[in-house]
Design a protein around this ligand. Structure first.
Ligand SMILES: CC(C)(COP(=O)(O)OP(=O)(O)OC[C@H]1O[C@@H](n2cnc3c(N)ncnc32)[C@H](O)[C@@H]1OP(=O)(O)O)[C@@H](O)C(=O)NCCC(=O)NCCS
Length: 140
């Protein structure tokens, strides 16, 4: 993801729950040990994006969002596949993430892509209240 992508990514975020503001997106671009990726259509329209941070040999997926009109067409799977390869190149051994226990679509999506539940944080989210499931994908 580059500066020029921020407007399109912010628009995708505005459609989603727990969306990141344009300011948070711009700040994330400046973080070292962070990496972001976008998926584009043949016409160069941005269809989805992710944000990930790395700590030593582990990484955390902070965000993945696909444009509403383009969901369930493999864009999310493409983004994750790209991220897995990038992390493996850098010898990252596992990828963690937190997901709302009520976000059944995302949980199904992560399970389909090889994540397993390794923990739960009761009452972690507010507005609306929910627990966080901690999922992990082994990359080595
Ligand atoms: C979760 C999200 C990123 C998935 O992206 P996507 O492009 O729609 O997912 P894909 O089309 O690549 O789906 C990959 C697999 O996930 C599963 N999946 C995706 N959406 C699903 C749904 N609504 N119901 C059930 N399974 C679903 C599918 O089974 C699919 O596997 P299959 O093709 O073998 O059937 C997308 O729904 C999204 O942006 N949601 C809003 C933001 C969000 O909740 N992000 C995660 C926060 S932790």
């Amino acid at each position: 993801m580059v500066q020029a992508d921020l407007g399109a990514v912010a628009a995708i975020e505005r459609e989603a729950l727990s969306s990141w503001s344009a300011r948070s997106l711009a700040e994330e671009l400046q973080v070292s040990q962070a990496n972001q990726g976008v998926a584009e259509s043949a016409e160069k329209e941005i269809l989805g994006w992710y944000a990930c941070r790395e700590v030593w040999s582990e990484a955390e997926l902070l965000k993945i969002t696909v444009k509403k009109a383009n969901r369930e067409r493999g864009v999310g799977r493409f983004l994750l596949g790209h991220l897995f390869l990038e992390l493996q190149k850098r010898k990252i051994t596992c990828l963690f993430l937190e997901v709302r226990s009520g976000n059944r679509t995302a949980i199904r999506f992560y399970e389909k892509n090889g994540f397993l539940q390794v923990g739960i944080r009761p009452g972690y989210y507010t507005d609306p209240p929910d627990s966080a499931l901690i999922l992990k994908k082994n990359l080595s």
